[in-house]
Structure formats: structure tokens, C-alpha cells
Design a protein around this ligand. Structure first.
Ligand code: AMP
Length: 945
């Protein structure tokens, strides 16, 4: 290479990066006419690799492009090197050294010693070999620039560089972070790991504390194993490092000023965490094993129980809450996030400094369950972010009996899903407690620094079967042969500390004996537990305890208050350009407030929020398209047509009002609903609503409905005032957009666990939403909410109905009919009422009354009885529904209706009948014509036309 040409290239900054294209153009010109380029370039191009004339024309660029790229790198080397004179050779090697550093950062984890059992067989990684980069041991003593490698000096021998890379990236920690696009984050991780070669020097105190925590982890399992052999406890044996890990993370978060930490985890290791970290009294746990506990409701098994306590950290007292958790493993993650967000909102902590989520996962579930992805997807969104979550995977390398590598996933690691949000992932060998400690602190620090998710993959093993009654070697013979030989994490660490002269055997034995003794004495064994916790760190739920669904709650409001609120929520700021139809809606609302127009659904609902906000209750409303509402009735968020700015009138009622949070959700149901459940179980003061785009979208969140919403209070004593708005109604929109699957909710009803309502007027939705907060009862409210009724001319209310009324569980006939003439009473819920009434009016059927059941559960027996009792000549009551017979309310409510009807015996012998669509496998007809035909038939039948 001629020096003049090289100089020319270096002088031309355009050789590197995007400007390489300029040189390529020049080269193309040269190919067609060598004299058309400047002489220096011509000289240079003549020296490039020779290819035949035709080949050049066919494949002109690739070797040349490589060559240019290479030159560009040399230019870089030159810029960073000040000592070398032999740049062409040394500089080339320098580039390779930099490539070597990059390769280790990228792929060092693939050669890290991560498996405590030593069974992993991973293919070699060529990029990590010196030879791959055209370097060799002969270069070991050559000095190179260290570039961005953080080893405390600008230059080092290749040997030193290579050693530091292997030590940093290929020992007990495998770090994946090069997928992160943010340079600052990558550099931060590099700096933290490389500066200590991923192995900081821990002093005696830290190391003996580590050993003590490991001793506790092992000690508890040993004790439970010997006291209750064969009893299911989902022991932590093999993953004991989890305890020092959690201890370190909690302490670190506390140091940073966290006041609350919410933890979610599945069953493995839960008892250990409860006792050794959260400070549950071991005596209580023993009582649970011995079946001596008093329980409330239907209760739950001990390894699903949540717990609350306060612990001391160097940053002050921290409240810990372990979320209750069903067996459906990963679903607790979004619940935890919701709970954390509620606490952050309560503390006015939008950054997430004061409340930290730590979520523990199992390897198989983390790789397998879609809700993990949904939860990650929420992590940086406006409505759901919590300032980053520390995720810990307890990776015991087997999913119940399923071998992970072959059957349980297609990804390299069980944690690969986390890359979608560019979370760094630290794999760590669970049998190296100091590496575990380092990674725990690193993860907590990363979350604190960047407010993003971070994952620690604690690679360990499961000493026993899936549970203590399960034999694992039938399905995992080789793994369990190795496990049988494997010394425990504690034993290995004791040996290491003895070897290094840090402790003596006596100290190790004393730690174990002290722990055993404390357990036997029934003492608390979580060292940092605060015995008299500061109760201000969490919410007082006592005002909400012990109420039943019929507890009083006055939802009326003065006309003056309503007027003031209406004024605020109908106001659009000067200069804010609202879209034409939206402007009309707001114009109409002003007329409604003035009494010049009847009140429609959208306004009544908005007024309900306004009144609650004014009374000091925060309101949170999320779901798909909630800002506008699926059917455009709400328009709670205004969008400026000129600059896309947003204005939310409900956020401008008064200076001192609480938050009105309204967020269109990501297109998830499962994680989003679970999040809102978590939120509502943490914030009793607020009205928390999840609205589905269409009611049956809730199907995608069935696990949340079954395992939390409908049963959480009975299993765990956790109250929840969550409201679900589920659009429901048969309007010919086909199978998927008609039904919110009312029957499913009714089937879940027992012990007054939830409320199921079908409001049919704006006044009813106003009072129902207010009632949900005004009453001290906190119980889930499932609402079959309307679609076409949102605009139905007769589904309107008066101002007076809002100010003086209450929610009516049953609405009696409203037309002016002679009650003594009524022989047939049609009982119904929802939109079908308006269809029935129109047909009755049309046909002048004045012997028929139509009564609406607005609350299907808890069933309003007395209200219904009182209504029916007013009709002296009644012969028959028919339940009329628009859903097919096997769906809707009929099968799950008819025994309740029958009970009311039977109660008139012997004076009256009333009959109960059904009218509605025929049983159907699908929720609704796909063709409008068929839908209308079915409707006409059952309406005629109901009215005996
Ligand atoms: P936490 O902040 O979740 O640890 O809760 C602190 C305490 O508040 C718990 O120990 C319970 O006594 C009570 N608590 C929290 N959430 C609920 C709930 N949803 N229902 C009833 N009590 C609750």
C-alpha cells in the first residue's frame, strides 16, 4: 500500500461510515473510465485486489467494500495510537484486539461457567478464540491500546487484555447486554463488570454474612425436611443462593431510598423466602404444616400465601409485600406491577424511586408463558411503567419433568424474551455465592440508574423432585445422578472460605447451630426484621373490612355540585381545536347540564368520575381505546387537531383534586387486567376500571378472573374493588362482538364474591360507578356495559335522576300501565328491555309488564319480590334474554328467580318460563338477517304476539 494513497484516505473522512459510498462511486467511475478520477485515487485503485475485467463488472463491490471497511478501521486505529510507528501491521492487530474485546462482550456468556452441575454441553464459540481474530499467543506480550476496555489503563499486553476478558465474561457470570441500543447503558455495564473482572473483593463481613444467609436457606429446608418428611413444600434446595440474592437486592434498594418493595414469586422457595427474608415466624409455619391454623374463607395452601413485613436497611425502614399467588405461575408478575404502580401513585413517585418491584420466576414458565412477554411490553408504557423491575429466574433447569433444552423452548436461554425490551440479562452460577451477590447488586443498581427492567438468571438445580413427594430420576436420570453427588451451595462455600482462610470450621458450625436453635425456639430468623413496624408505610384497610354488599352508600349529589362539575368537565380551553364530531358531543353535554337535553350515557358516566374526583377519590381507567371509548361515547381525552396536544377535562376539576388517570392500554387483556387487579387490591380509595374493547376480550384474561378477581378475597382475604366494563349486547355484529360471556361470570358467583350488574340507563351507570366507591365495600364489579344503548334515544336520564336517585337493583315497569290488568311479567336485563318495550307499545299489550334486573349478583331477592308483589293478578313470570339459552343469565340465575316466585306460595301459584334464543354453540349469529329473524321470534314469543 502506498503511503500517499493511505494518507489520502485518512485525510478523506468520507472513507469511513456512510461516506464509504462516495468512494464506491468513485471506484465505479474508475472502472468505466480510469482517467475520470483524480490521479491519487487512480493510483490507489490500481493497487486493489485484481479480479478479471468481467468479474469486476458482475460483482464489483464486495471485496472492495471489505477493503474500504478495513481501511476505515485502520484509520480509527491511527487516531487512537500515538506510539506505534509500524502502524500497518501493529495497527491491524490493534483492530483485531478491539474486535476480540467486542466478541467477549457479545458472546463471552457462551463460555461462562454457569451450570453448577457441570452438565451443559455448549458448542465452542470461534469468536472467542485468538486465532479467529488472527492473533496468537505469540502476540501475548505485545502492548495494545485498551480502548473502551475498563481495566484501569490505556495500554496493556494482549495477555492481560485476554485474561481480563475471560475473567470478566467467562467465569461464573454470563452477561448479555450487547443487544441494548443505548450506548450509555452498555458502557455502564461494561464499566461495572470489567473494572472488577466481575469478581469484586468482598471483605470478611460481607462474606460471613453471605455464609450466614446460605446457612439460613439450607437450615430451613433441612429442618422442614426432617420434621415433615414427604410433605409438599417446594423446597429451595439447590437454589439456596436465592436467599442472599434477595437479601442483597432489598438492602440495595433500601440504600437508594426505597420505602416499599413488592415481591412476586411462584411456589418454589416461597416458604424459605417467607421465613428468612420476610420474617414470617417459623412457629407459624410449623403450625401450618401441622394443620393447626385458623383460616378465613376457603383459604389457600401455604406456598401460595402472601405476607407483609418491614425490614431495616441502611437507607431506613422498608415495607415488604409478597403478593399472594395462584399456581398459574407467571400471572403474578403483572399483579405485582399493578400493586407497585398503585403505591408509586400514592406516594407521588412517578420515577419509581420509592417503590421497587422484584419478581421471581421459574425457568420453564418464564420461557413458556405469554404473559411474561405482555408484562415486559408494559414496562415502559405511560400507563403501566413502574421504573423498572428486577426479575430473578430461579433456573433449576427442569420444568416439572420436562427437559428444558429439548422440549420446553426454542430459545438459547429461558430468558431471551427479556431482550425485547433491551433488558440486560445476567446469568449466574448459583454455586458461586459471591458472583450471585455481585450480580444482585449490579441488577439493583442498573434498575436504579436507568429505571428499566433487568434480569438475573440464577442457574441452579432442584435437589429433589418437583415437590418432596415426587421422584425425579425416572425422567432426569443423569441430572439426578450428578445431583446426588453434588455438595450443597453452602458446603461448597464453607470449603472455599476455609481454603482461603477467611473463617474456621468452628464459625461455620456455630452459624448452623445458632440457626437451628432459633428455629426450634420459634424465633424470627430474618435478621433485619423490624419488630414494631411503621404502619405509615402501607395503607390501612380496616375501614373496608367486614361489609356486605347491601351496606348503605348514598350516591345522590346536590344539583349545585353537579352543575359545577359539569362546567369543569365540559370546558375546552381557548385555542384548543377539537375535532368536529367531538365538539358536538361537548356542545350537547353543555345542553344536558343546563337541562335542555336529556342526559346520555357518556355524560352520566363522565359526571360520575367527576363527582368522585371532587370527593377526593382518584380514578384510574385503562383498557383498549378507553380515552375515546370503543363506541365513541366517552371522549374523555381531547386531541388538539392542530398540534396533537391532549387535554383531559376530568384532570381540571380543581387544583386539589386527586389523579384522573386514563390510558389506552396495549392490546393485551391478561397482563393488563392482572395489573389493574394488582392496582385495585392496593389502592382502596380509588375507582379502578378496566374496560374491554369488546366484552369477550376478557376471555384472554380468564386466568385473572378465575384465580384472582372471583376468588382472591375468599382464598387470601384480599379485598378488591376493581370494576370491569365489558361491552355486551346482541346487535348483529357476529359471534365475537356480541357477548361478554355473562354466563361465565355468573357461574363464578358464590359467597357474594363479585357483583354482576347490567345497567340500562345513564342514571344507573352514574349511581353504579359512584356506589362502587362511596360504599365502603371493596368487591369486584363486573358490568355488562352497552353498545347501541350509548346512543339510544330512549336510554336517557334526567338531571334529577342523577341528583336524587340511587342505583336500583331492580327497575319496575316505567310505562303508565294498570297493574291490576297485568297477568304476565317479563323479567329481563340490558338492551333487550328497549326492544321488548318498543314491541309491547307497538302492539298495545297492556297485560304485560316489563321489569329489569339491573343487578344479577348478589341477587336482589327482596327488591324483586317487592316489585312482583305489586301485581295482584299476575300468573306468569318469563325471563327473556337475547343470549342463547345455554348462555346469558338463565341457567345460572333461574334458581334465584324461582326462589322469589316460590315465595308467593301458597297465596299465588306463579309460573316461571324462559324466552330467548335457542341453545347455540357460538355466542351469536354471523349474519344480520339471521340475527334479526331470531330476535323477532323471541320478542314475539315473549309478548305472545
Ligand atoms: P401490603 O402493603 O400489601 O403488604 O399490605 C399491608 C397490609 O394491609 C396487609 O398486611 C393487610 O393487612 C392489608 N391489606 C393490603 N391489601 C389488602 C387488601 N386488598 N384487602 C385487605 N387488606 C389488605
Amino acid at each position: 500500500m502506498q503511503k500517499a494513497s493511505m494518507e489520502l484516505l485518512w485525510k478523506s473522512s468520507h472513507i469511513s461510515g456512510g461516506n464509504a459510498g462516495y468512494v464506491e462511486d468513485l471506484y465505479e467511475t474508475y472502472l468505466s473510465d480510469p482517467n475520470a478520477v483524480p490521479e491519487e485515487w487512480r493510483n490507489y485503485f490500481q493497487q486493489l485486489p485484481r479480479v478479471s475485467e468481467t468479474a469486476i463488472r458482475d460483482i464489483p463491490h464486495s471485496p472492495i467494500r471489505d477493503h474500504f471497511a478495513h481501511l476505515a478501521k485502520q484509520q480509527l486505529v491511527r487516531a487512537t495510537s500515538s506510539t506505534s510507528t509500524d502502524f500497518s501491521d501493529h495497527e491491524r492487530k490493534q483492530v483485531r484486539v478491539i474486535q476480540l474485546v467486542s466478541a467477549y462482550r457479545q458472546r463471552g456468556h457462551q463460555e461462562a461457567q454457569l451450570d453448577p452441575l457441570g452438565l451443559w454441553q455448549r458448542p465452542g464459540v470461534p469468536d472467542l478464540e485468538l486465532q479467529y481474530h488472527q492473533l496468537s499467543e505469540a502476540d501475548y506480550d505485545t502492548v495494545f491500546q485498551t480502548g473502551s476496555l475498563y481495566i484501569g489503563k490505556d495500554q496493556a499486553t494482549l495477555r492481560e487484555i485476554y485474561d481480563s476478558l475471560r475473567q470478566t465474561y467467562c467465569r461464573s457470570i454470563g452477561a448479555e447486554f450487547m443487544h441494548i441500543v443505548d450506548t450509555r447503558e452498555r458502557a455502564w455495564i461494561q464499566q461495572r463488570m470489567e473494572s472488577v473482572r466481575s469478581k469484586p473483593e468482598y471483605g470478611f463481613e460481607a462474606r460471613s454474612h453471605l455464609l450466614e444467609r446460605l446457612t439460613a436457606a439450607e437450615g430451613l429446608e433441612k429442618s422442614l425436611g426432617s420434621k415433615y418428611p414427604g410433605t409438599k413444600r417446594f423446597g429451595l434446595e439447590g437454589g439456596e443462593s436465592l436467599i442472599p440474592m434477595m437479601d442483597a437486592m432489598i438492602q440495595r434498594a433500601g440504600e437508594y431510598g426505597a420505602k416499599e418493595i413488592v415481591i412476586g414469586m411462584a411456589h418454589r422457595g416461597r416458604l424459605n423466602l417467607l421465613v428468612n427474608i420476610l420474617g414470617k415466624n417459623p412457629a407459624e409455619l410449623f403450625d401450618e404444616f401441622e394443620g393447626k391454623v385458623k383460616y378465613q374463607g376457603s383459604a389457600d395452601v401455604k406456598y401460595h400465601q402472601g405476607f407483609s413485613s418491614n425490614v431495616m436497611t441502611s437507607g431506613g425502614e422498608v415495607h415488604l409485600a409478597l403478593a399472594f399467588n395462584p399456581s398459574h405461575l407467571e400471572i403474578v408478575s403483572p399483579v405485582v406491577e399493578g400493586s407497585v404502580r398503585a403505591r408509586q401513585d400514592r406516594r407521588n413517585d412517578p420515577i419509581g424511586d420509592r417503590v421497587v418491584p422484584i419478581v421471581l420466576h421459574g425457568d420453564a414458565a418464564f420461557a413458556g408463558q405469554g404473559v411474561v412477554m405482555e408484562t415486559f411490553q408494559m414496562s415502559q408504557t405511560r400507563g403501566y411503567k413502574t421504573g423498572g423491575t428486577v426479575h430473578v429466574v430461579i433456573n433449576n433447569q427442569v420444568g416439572f419433568t420436562t427437559s428444558l433444552q429439548e422440549d420446553a423452548r426454542s430459545t438459547e436461554y429461558c430468558t431471551d424474551v427479556a431482550k425485547m425490551v433491551q433488558a440486560p440479562i445476567f446469568h449466574v452460577n448459583g454455586d458461586d455465592p459471591e458472583a450471585v451477590l455481585f450480580v444482585s447488586q449490579l441488577a439493583a443498581d442498573f434498575r436504579q440508574e436507568f429505571k428499566k427492567d433487568v434480569v438475573v438468571d440464577l442457574i441452579c438445580y432442584r435437589r429433589r423432585g418437583h415437590n418432596e413427594a415426587d421422584e425425579p430420576s425416572g425422567t432426569q436420570p443423569l441430572m439426578y445422578k450428578q445431583i446426588a453427588k453434588q455438595k450443597s451451595t453452602r458446603e461448597l462455600y464453607v470449603a472455599r472460605l476455609l481454603d482461603e482462610g477467611v473463617i474456621d470450621q468452628e464459625l461455620a458450625d456455630k452459624m448452623a447451630a445458632d440457626y437451628r436453635q432459633a428455629l426450634e425456639d420459634g424465633e424470627h430468623v430474618a435478621k433485619s426484621l423490624v419488630k414494631e413496624p411503621n404502619t405509615e408505610l402501607f395503607v390501612d384497610w380496616t375501614p373496608y373490612l367486614g361489609h356486605e354488599w347491601d351496606v348503605a352508600g348514598d350516591t345522590s349529589i346536590t344539583a349545585k355540585e353537579l352543575k359545577d362539575i359539569a362546567e369543569a368537565i365540559n370546558h375546552v380551553p381557548e385555542g384548543f381545536s377539537v375535532q368536529r364530531q367531538v365538539a358536538k358531543i361537548y356542545e350537547d353535554r353543555r345542553k344536558m347540564a343546563a337541562g335542555a337535553m336529556p342526559i346520555n350515557w357518556g355524560f352520566a358516566e363522565t359526571l360520575a368520575y367527576g363527582t368522585l374526583l371532587r370527593a377526593g377519590h382518584p380514578v384510574r381507567l385503562t383498557g383498549q381505546d378507553v380515552g375515546r371509548g370503543t363506541f365513541s361515547h366517552r371522549h374523555a381525552v381531547l386531541h388538539n387537531q392542530n398540534d396533537a396536544g391532549r387535554y383531559v377535562p376530568l384532570q381540571h376539576i380543581s387544583e386539589s383534586q386527586p389523579a384522573f388517570d386514563i390510558y389506552d392500554s396495549l392490546l393485551s387483556e391478561e397482563a393488563v387486567l392482572a395489573f389493574e387487579y394488582g392496582y385495585a387490591t392496593t389502592q382502596p380509595k380509588a375507582l379502578v376500571i378496566w374496560e374491554a374493547q369488546f366484552g369477550d376480550f376478557a376471555n384472554g384474561a380468564q386466568v385473572v378472573i378465575d384465580q384472582f378477581i372471583s376468588s382472591g378475597e375468599l382464598k387470601w382475604g384480599r379485598l378488591c374493588g376493581l370494576t370491569m366494563l365489558l361491552p355486551h349486547g346482541y346487535e348483529g355484529q357476529g359471534p365475537e362482538h356480541s357477548s361478554a360471556r355473562l354466563e361465565r361470570f355468573l357461574q363464578l358467583c358464590a359467597e357474594h364474591n363479585i357483583q354482576v350488574c347490567v345497567p340500562s340507563t345513564p342514571a344507573q351507570v352514574f349511581h353504579m360507578l359512584r356506589r362502587q366507591v362511596v360504599r365502603p365495600l371493596r368487591r369486584p364489579l363486573v358490568v355488562m356495559s352497552p353498545k347501541s344503548l350509548l346512543r339510544h334515544k330512549e336510554a336517557v336520564s334526567t338531571l334529577e335522576e342523577l341528583t336524587v336517585g340511587q342505583f336500583q337493583n331492580v327497575i319496575d315497569e316505567t310505562d303508565d300501565i294498570d297493574m291490576s290488568k297485568v297477568t304476565r311479567l317479563i323479567l329481563c336485563s340490558g338492551k333487550v328491555y328497549y326492544d321488548l318495550r318498543a314491541a309491547r307499545r307497538e302492539h298495545g299489550k297492556d297485560s304485560i309488564a316489563i321489569v329489569r334486573l339491573e343487578q344479577l349478583y348478589p341477587f336482589p331477592y327482596d327488591d324483586l319480590r317487592n316489585v312482583i308483589a305489586q301485581y295482584p293478578n299476575l300468573k306468569k313470570v318469563v325471563w327473556c334474554q337475547e343470549e342463547p339459552r345455554n348462555q346469558g343469565a338463565w341457567y345460572n340465575s333461574r334458581h334465584r328467580m324461582a326462589r322469589v316466585i316460590r315465595s308467593f306460595k301458597p297465596e299465588k301459584n306463579l309460573l316461571l318460563g324462559y324466552v330467548g334464543r335457542e341453545p347455540s354453540a357460538s355466542p351469536a349469529a354471523g349474519y344480520m338477517a339471521l340475527h334479526l329473524k331470531q330476535q323477532e321470534e323471541f320478542i314475539s314469543q315473549a309478548l305472545k304476539l
